[in-house]
Design a protein around this ligand. Sequence first.
Ligand code: SF4
Length: 231
Amino acid sequence: MKAEVTEIFSSIQGEGIFLGARQIFVRFKRCNLACVFCDEAKNARAKEYTALELMSEIKFLELSKGPHHSVSFTGGEPLLYADFLKAFLPGLKKKRFTAYLETNGTLPDELAKVIDAVDIIAMDFKLPSSTGEKAFWDSHREFLKIASKKKVFVKAIVTPKTTAVDVQKAISIIKESRKSIPLILQPATPVRAGDRDIDKNRLLKFLEIGSKNHLENIRVIPQVHKMLDVK
Ligand code: SF4
């Protein structure tokens, strides 16, 4: 079995509650969505890796660059390769690496295949007013129920078009699983000429909605790797 990978590199986590952690990133090609703010290079060249080849690259980075907090499986959408990960992750864990999954949170059946071997899940909620895509509330609900067996936080990208109704809906779904699950509101980094930043007062309003709805841990965290201009 092989997986299409566009990049393997050592850097820092620039999003969410593990901000600043040193990680090895494995970026898989392809995604099942097409968010308007996506900054992934659609035409990035990929190389096919067997499990053995991927393990060897990860071990090389760990040996040459020193210890990392975890290995981040990102994309694209890594769960498009769930069968590959199901076979690969147990070996990674035997070597005492921590498996960190960055996912768009829309493929619960695929998550179920790998949940036992994943340690941390950074799950997106795709708010339809932010993405310009259809809503995925049912998939997110089912996904979060499975993900909540492990350490999980939810990240929602917010843009000038994000509505309070969508933020409220996301909060309700998180509370159905556990109200202590962190929700990170991540202002979209402008990717095209003419893209605007979200108004600061709207961000404060979204935080207020979280607090009034008794979500225990809601924060605003921008993409720090973009500010630092690192990968
Ligand atoms: S889920 Fe992520 S990788 Fe996929 S289109 Fe949206 S932003 Fe891009």
